[in-house]
Write a protein that binds this ligand. Structure first.
Ligand code: KIV
Ligand code: ZN
Length: 510
C-alpha cells in the first residue's frame, strides 16, 4: 500500500491561529506527543520570526526523537541562515523555503516579475541545500497561480535540489476536483516531478481543506501538511485526525496507509486544545465530544443490536476510551505516576508533585476519579506560560436577593494582593476583582463551561477568550470542582498568556 507522509504544522501554521501563542515548554510537550502519535515530519516554527521561535525550533530539534524536524524560511538569505542554525541539532533536519507564485502576490506583495521569482526560488533552494540535504519548496498561493508558470517554477526548484514540492492552497480557494486536477497536471507536465515528493497544504476558508487534501492524494500527492484539530491561520488547516481516519476508514477507496498510531489522536487533540486554548467544537469529526455519542432512540436501539449500524469507526481506535475508574483517595504517588504513564503523560518531578497534590484534593471531594479527571488535572497544572499571577485565595457569596460578591487573592512574585468586587453574578464579580489587582482590562469574547466527566461531582473545565483594549486576543483555561474557581483560573491563565505574548517580539508570519 502507498505510504502517505504526514507533515504536521501545528507548531507553525497552527500557532498562527489568533490567540494561540505557545511558549517553548508547551511546544516541546506537543512535539513529544506528535512523535508518540507517529507523525513523519514536525514543522516546529518559523525561526526568523522571533527569538522565541528560533529557540523553540532549536529545542524541538535537540529533544524530540523520531520525526524529521523542519523549520520555515522565506526565500531570503537571512531566513535560511537562521533556519539552518535552528534545525541543525535534529538527526533529520529539513528547511522549508517558500515564495509566492500567484500574479496577485507577485504584483502587489512582492512587486516582482515572473522571471525574477523563478530565479529567486531556484537560487534560494540551492542556497538552502548548502546547509541541509532535505529542502522543501512551497510556491505560496499555488492554487491561484498560472499553471504554466507554476510548472516552470516547480521544475526549476527540483533541478536546484528541492526534494519535496509542497502545493499550498494558501487562501482555501480551491475545490476538490479542481485541486486534484492541479496535482495531476503538475505530476504529468513537470518533466522531473518524479524526482521529488509532491505534497499539499490546504487551508479551510471554504471548509474544504480535508476534501482538497484527499482529492490530492487520489491524484498522486504523497505528503499531506495538516494540523491537530485543524487549527491554523484564519479558518485553519486540514485536520490531521480527519485525514488520517478518512484514509484508514476508506482504505478501500484510497489504498493508502500512514504511520499514525490512531489511538493517540484523542489525547493529542486534548493536549493541543489545552496548550493553545482553542476549544474543540463538540461536533468536530473524530475528536469532538459528540463524535461517538448517539442521541436518537432509533440510533441507540440500532447500536445495541449491532454497533456498525451507526458507527463507521470504533471510538477506541482514536483513543476515545470510555472513562474508567482508576484511583481513589488512598492511592499513593507511585500508583498515580504509573497511571499517568499508561495515559502517555510523563511529568517532571516538580509538575508531578503539583499534579499529585491536586489529585489528593480532588479525591477528597469526589468519590470516583476517572482517567479523564487525571488528564484534566495534569493539563491544568502544567502551565503553558510563566505564571506571573497565581491564585492563592478565593471566596464568593451569591444567592437569591444577595448581591454577588467575590474576593480574590493573587500572588505575583513575593507580593500578595487581595481585592473584592460585586458584579452581575459571582463570575463577573470575580473578573472585576482580578482586574482591580492586575490593572488589566479585557473584553470577554467567549466563555464556555463543560464537565470533564459525567456525574454531579465532575471537574468543571472553563475556557475563555478575551481581548485587550488594543485588540490582542488570548485564551485561557482552568478546571475545578467549583465552577467559579475554574472561571477565575481560566481568566488568570488568559492574563498570564497576555503578559507572555506582550513580551515576545512581533512575528512576521507568512
Ligand atoms: O499557506 C501557505 O501557503 C503556507 C506556506 C508557507 C506553506 O503556510
Ligand atoms: Zn498555511
Amino acid at each position: 500500500m502507498k505510504k502517505i507522509i504526514i507533515f504536521d504544522t501545528t507548531l507553525r501554521d497552527g500557532e498562527q491561529s489568533p490567540g494561540a501563542s505557545m511558549d517553548i515548554k508547551a511546544k516541546i510537550e506537543i512535539a513529544k506527543q506528535l512523535a508518540r502519535l507517529g507523525v513523519d515530519v514536525i514543522e516546529s516554527g518559523f525561526p526568523v520570526a522571533s527569538d522565541s521561535d528560533f529557540k523553540a525550533v532549536k529545542e524541538v530539534a535537540s529533544l524530540v526523537k523520531g520525526p524529521l524536524i523542519c523549520g520555515l524560511a522565506r526565500a531570503k538569505k537571512e531566513d535560511i541562515d537562521i533556519c539552518a542554525k535552528a534545525v541543525v541539532p535534529a538527526k533529520k533536519p529539513r528547511i522549508h523555503v517558500f515564495l509566492a507564485t500567484s500574479e496577485i502576490h507577485m504584483k502587489y506583495k512582492l512587486k516582482k516579475a515572473e522571471d525574477e521569482i523563478l530565479k529567486q526560488a531556484a537560487y534560494f533552494v540551492k542556497y538552502a541545500r548548502n546547509f541541509c540535504d532535505d529542502v522543501e519548496f512551497s510556491p505560496e498561493d499555488a492554487s491561484r497561480s498560472d499553471i504554466d508558470f507554476l510548472c516552470r517554477v516547480v521544475e526549476a526548484v527540483i533541478k536546484a535540489g528541492a526534494k519535496t514540492i509542497n502545493i499550498p492552497d494558501t487562501v482555501g480557494y480551491a475545490i476538490p476536483l479542481e485541486f486534484g486536477n492541479l496535482i495531476r497536471t503538475i505530476k504529468t507536465k513537470v518533466p522531473n516531478s518524479n524526482k521529488a515528493i509532491i505534497s499539499v497544504h490546504c487551508h479551510n476558508d471554504l471548509g474544504l481543506a480535508v476534501s482538497n487534501s484527499l482529492s490530492a492524494i487520489q491524484n498522486g500527492a504523497e505528503q499531506i501538511e495538516c494540523t491537530i484539530n485543524g487549527i491554523g491561520e484564519r479558518a485553519g488547516n486540514a485536520s490531521l485526525e480527519e485525514i488520517v481516519m478518512g484514509l484508514k476508514t476508506r482504505e478501500d477507496m484510497f489504498k493508502c496507509a500512514t504511520s499514525i498510531k490512531t489511538e493517540e489522536l484523542y489525547k493529542t487533540s486534548r493536549l493541543v486544545s489545552k496548550l493553545t486554548g482553542i476549544v474543540v467544537q463538540p461536533n468536530k469529526a473524530i475528536v469532538g465530544r459528540n463524535a461517538f455519542s448517539h442521541e436518537a432512540g432509533i440510533h441507540q436501539d440500532g447500536m445495541l443490536k449491532k454497533r456498525t449500524t451507526y458507527e463507521i469507526m470504533k471510538p477506541e481506535d482514536v483513543g476515545f476510551g470510555g472513562t474508567r475508574l482508576v484511583l481513589g483517595k488512598h492511592s499513593g504517588k507511585h500508583a498515580f505516576k504509573e497511571r499517568l504513564k499508561k495515559l502517555g503523560v510523563d511529568l517532571s518531578d516538580e509538575d508531578l508533585v503539583k499534579a499529585f497534590e491536586r489529585f489528593k484534593n480532588l479525591a477528597d471531594k469526589k468519590k470516583e476519579v476517572f482517567d479523564e479527571d487525571l488528564l484534566t488535572i495534569v493539563e491544568d497544572e502544567i502551565v503553558s506560560v510563566p505564571e506571573v499571577y497565581r491564585i492563592t485565595g478565593f471566596e464568593y457569596r451569591s444567592g437569591k436577593d444577595i448581591e454577588p460578591r467575590t474576593t480574590v487573592e493573587l500572588k505575583k512574585g513575593n507580593a500578595v494582593k487581595k481585592e473584592s468586587s460585586s458584579g452581575d453574578g459571582p463570575v463577573d464579580a470575580c473578573y472585576k476583582a482580578i482586574e482591580k489587582i492586575t490593572g488589566l482590562k479585557f473584553k470577554l469574547l467567549d466563555y464556555s463551561l463543560k464537565a470533564a466527566t459525567g456525574g454531579r461531582d465532575a471537574l468543571g473545565e472553563v475556557s475563555v477568550r478575551v481581548a485587550s483594549t488594543n485588540g490582542v486576543e488570548v485564551s485561557g483555561r482552568g478546571a475545578s470542582t467549583d465552577i467559579v474557581e475554574a472561571s477565575a483560573k481560566a481568566y488568570v491563565n488568559a492574563v498570564n498568556k497576555f503578559l507572555f505574548t506582550k513580551q515576545r517580539k512581533p512575528t512576521q508570519t507568512p
